[in-house]
Design a protein. Structure first.
Length: 247
């Protein structure tokens, strides 16, 4: 069953309208027509609906019933991802959305190679990343589309990491494993995960993060690619504190 998201509300006769590219996709790519059933998410709640009318730019669906159960985890995971090269960011965004991550912060660190030249290029990247996350949210039947924030610098983390437990997988960490740390703490409401880029973290960056109260952890004896580390750390946190592997 295909899932769509809309910011529109359910009207007084139980109809929901969808406009824009989703309509073209439903009609032309998915060949959907009047009478077909679909799932529509309104304000974080999913409904079983049936198409009443579909034209070039508008789809009107009638609500059949609300869908039971939530596809959102009780824990809010925010992934601060050291900006990787090429299209790795899209892979990370897609997989971490499937894993239930709540929001993404592309992070510039001293060893990030990618430099977004100007606001225009950043806006274009952000638009692409948002589209990847929206598609992954539909495919994985999320009830909420995760937020992709504009690129942030290390200097902004003081403010951004104020709330919740911050976990920093560090390739040179030889004191604590992530399993030991997560199991030693009360389950938090919010977890921030900070992952370095291909070149890893500078020691000063680890010091800065430690001073902000972050827990520096190892993900094990092998060096994971940055795109692997972000996905694995999100999965581990979701498994330990959230709903991964839970019915
Ligand atoms: N340039 C580093 C090196 O060669 O040692 C590797 C950096 S790794 C490709 C990118 C990021 O993934 C690291 O900054 C860290 O956040 C995470 N990471 C990879 N393997 C890890 C491990 N075994 N333990 C903790 N973090 C790891």
């Amino acid at each position: 069953m295909h899932r769509f998201f809309t910011e529109n509300k359910i009207d007084e006769v139980g109809h929901i309208e969808i406009q824009g590219s989703d309509v073209k996709h439903a009609r032309d790519a998915l060949r959907m027509a009047s009478g077909d059933k679909l799932e529509i998410v309104v304000e974080g709640k999913a409904y079983l609906c049936a198409i009443k009318e579909i034209t070039k730019n508008l789809m009107v669906a009638g609500v059949i019933k609300p869908l039971e159960g939530s596809h959102e985890s009780s824990i809010s995971i925010n992934l601060f991802q050291g900006l990787p090269k090429s299209s790795k960011m899209e892979t990370i965004l897609q997989k971490a959305t499937e894993l239930g991550v709540s929001s993404f912060y592309p992070l510039i660190t001293s060893r990030t190679v990618v430099r977004l030249r100007d606001d225009k290029q950043q806006d274009k990247k952000l638009e692409r990343w948002e589209s990847v996350v929206q598609e992954a949210a539909k495919q994985s039947k999320r009830d909420v589309i995760p937020r992709v924030h504009p690129v942030v610098q290390m200097g902004e983390l003081g403010e951004l990491l104020k709330e919740g437990l911050t976990i920093v997988p560090y390739e040179a960490s030889d004191e604590h494993g992530i399993k030991e740390i997560l199991r030693s703490l009360e389950t938090p409401k919010r977890v921030n995960i900070v992952i370095g880029p291909e070149g890893g973290f500078e020691e000063e960056e680890i010091d800065l993060l430690e001073n902000l109260g972050a827990k520096i952890v190892s993900l094990g004896p092998r060096i994971l690619r940055t795109e692997t580390a972000g996905i694995v750390a999100s999965a581990i946190v979701q498994y330990e504190y959230g709903d991964l592997g839970v019915i």
